[in-house]
Design a protein around this ligand. Structure first.
Ligand SMILES: [Cu+2]
Length: 292
């Protein structure tokens, strides 16, 4: 008996030390990651469009709400574990079966949470999928295995375009401060058009006319990609986005026209979108020439 009593405080100290050793690095990681800009965005990329800032706020709000609830629940768990632990081998802790107020609370509270999350999601979705008339329209065509960007009625009332291939990464140009609508089309399988900096992506489906619009706020070059595993060379479906001034935007469109990348209508089908998998760059240029 005397031995047992002597061991207990030592055991307790050991347990506390172990708990501190686990909790300290975890807290340090949380606090330090919270200090960085990326930590404040909860690992989301920095938004470069007006719509992206709304998506970021939704993401941050959801994380903060989830963390507050998490801390509350973890607190209750630890409180119950410590407060109602078994204190000796011949004792059973108090066995409580029903607690009506508590049961009502943990039924109603999650419902309120779901309603709050849902209403904020719908609000942000309505902003992001806003259909008001845009300043520009770009027909984005996803094809195995690249992208074609069409700018209809943009140079002398005609369509100009940039067609990527499996070896040529195409660039999409967008004027800063203007709203551009992406009309998403594909002649083959389901792709998914997205740019991390926009915090937005959308499926590109055969027979389905999906669209969304963005208003870029910061000039710069951003990477985009296909987010849907669309086949064997899915990983080649990369593209660049250049957000430029209005003057440079017009200049880039004129360059496309000068290069001969001009047509009456946007190139939407497999016959007109000339891409080929696995060809070296010169060969694929030849292929494009032939195909025109
Ligand atoms: Cu794809």
């Amino acid at each position: 008996m005397g031995l047992q009593l002597a061991e207990r405080p030592v055991e307790k100290t050991r347990r506390l030390r172990r708990l501190a050793l686990t909790a300290l690095p975890l807290t340090a990681v949380l606090v330090l990651s919270g200090c960085s800009e990326e930590g404040k965005r909860f690992a989301m990329p920095e938004p470069v469009t007006e719509e992206g800032t709304h998506i970021l706020s939704l993401w941050q709000g959801a994380w903060i709400a989830a963390l507050v609830v998490g801390v509350f629940v973890w607190g209750l768990i630890f409180y119950a574990v410590v407060r109602f632990r078994r204190r000796s081998d011949d004792e059973i802790p108090v066995q409580t079966r029903y607690n009506l107020p508590l049961e009502i609370f943990y039924t109603i509270f999650p419902i309120i949470m779901v309603v709050v999350f849902f209403s904020h999601t719908v609000r942000v979705q309505n902003i992001v999928l806003d259909d008001s008339p845009p300043d520009n329209v770009v027909y984005v065509v996803g094809q195995q295995w690249s992208w074609t960007f069409n700018y209809p009625e943009s140079v002398d009332g005609q369509n100009v375009y940039t067609a990527g291939t499996g070896n040529i990464i195409p660039t999409l140009y967008l004027p800063v401060g203007q709203t551009t609508r992406f009309e998403l089309r594909t002649p083959d399988v389901i792709h998914d058009f997205g740019v991390p900096g926009f915090l937005m992506k959308m499926d590109v489906m055969p027979g389905q006319k999906n669209h969304f619009q963005v208003t870029p706020t910061t000039e710069g070059t951003y990477a985009g990609k296909c987010y849907e595993l669309c086949g064997i060379y899915h990983s080649r479906m990369l593209f660049n986005v250049e957000v430029v001034s209005e003057a440079e935007y017009q200049l880039r469109l004129d360059e496309m026209a000068e290069r001969g990348d001009i047509s009456d209508e946007p190139l939407l089908g497999p016959d007109l979108v000339c891409t080929q998998v696995g060809l070296p760059e010169e060969a694929s240029q030849e292929f494009i020439e032939e195909c025109r």
